[in-house]
Write a protein that binds this ligand. Structure first.
Ligand code: TMP
Length: 209
C-alpha cells in the first residue's frame, strides 16, 4: 500500500553551493528514518531530460536566449515529472530533487531581464506542481563560484556568466524565499557541510507526517 504522506523536497541555490552533496545526505537520512526516498536532479532525472541537460549546461554562455532556455528547461522538467517524480510520489516514495522550478524562476526569470511573468505562465500551463518544501542553500557567491569552477565538470555554461550573474542569482533566491515563506526556506551555507546537513534535517523534521 503506497504511503500517502510522501514528501516532495527540492534543494536550490547558486552554482557551487553544495546542493548535490546535501541532497544525497538528505535522501540517505530519510531512508535511515525508514522512509523510501528517491534522489533526483534537474535538468535531468529521466533519460530524455538528461539528453536535454547536455544542450543546456554545455557550450557558449550565449548559446541560448533566456526565453529559449525557459522552454528547454520546462520540456526537461515535464519529462522528469511524468517519468520520475509523479510515479515515485504515487508509490508513496519521498522525492528529493537537486533543483526544480525555482531555478527557472531565478536563473531565467530574474537575471537577464525580467522574464518572471513568462516563466510563471509556462510553469502553470506545463508543470503546475510545487514541492512541499524547498531548501535554498544561501552562500557567498565568490566562494561558491571558485568551488564550482574548480570542479571543471565541463558543465560550466552558467558559471561562465561570471560573478555578477551569481550575485544576481543569490539575490533572486533570497527574494523568492521572502515571496514564498511557507514553502521556501533559506539555509545558511557559509558553514561546514555537517552544519548545513543538520540545519536541513531540522527543517525537514518539522514536515514529516
Ligand atoms: P547543476 O549544476 O545544479 O546540475 O545545474 C545545471 C545548471 O543549470 C546550473 O548552472 C543551473 C542551471 N539551471 C537553470 O538555469 N535553470 C533551471 O531551471 C535549472 C533546473 C538549472
Amino acid at each position: 500500500m503506497p504511503r500517502s504522506n510522501a514528501l516532495f523536497i527540492s534543494l536550490e541555490g547558486i552554482d557551487g553551493s553544495g546542493k548535490s552533496t546535501q541532497a544525497r545526505r538528505l535522501a540517505d537520512w530519510l531512508t535511515a528514518q525508514g522512509r523510501d526516498a528517491v534522489l533526483t536532479r534537474e535538468p535531468g532525472g529521466a533519460p530524455g531530460a538528461e539528453e536535454i541537460r547536455h544542450l543546456l549546461v554545455q557550450g557558449d554562455p550565449e548559446r541560448w536566449s533566456p526565453e529559449t532556455e525557459i522552454l528547454l528547461f520546462t520540456a526537461a522538467r515535464r519529462d522528469h515529472l511524468e517519468r520520475t517524480i509523479r510515479p515515485a510520489l504515487e508509490a508513496g516514495r519521498d522525492v528529493v530533487t537537486d533543483r526544480f522550478a525555482d531555478s527557472t524562476r531565478v536563473y531565467q526569470g530574474a537575471t537577464r531581464g525580467d522574464l518572471r511573468a513568462l516563466v510563471d505562465t509556462i510553469h502553470s500551463a506545463a508543470i503546475a506542481t510545487e514541492p512541499d518544501l524547498t531548501l535554498i542553500l544561501d552562500m557567498d557567491p565568490e566562494i561558491a563560484l571558485t568551488r564550482g569552477l574548480a570542479r571543471n565538470s565541463g558543465e560550466d555554461r552558467f558559471e561562465d556568466f561570471g560573478l555578477p550573474f551569481q550575485q544576481k542569482l543569490r539575490a533572486g533566491f533570497q527574494a523568492l524565499a521572502a515571496e514564498q515563506p511557507h514553502r521556501c526556506h533559506l539555509i545558511d551555507a557559509d558553514t561546514t557541510p555537517d552544519a548545513i546537513t543538520q540545519a536541513i534535517i531540522a527543517r525537514v523534521t518539522r514536515h514529516l507526517r
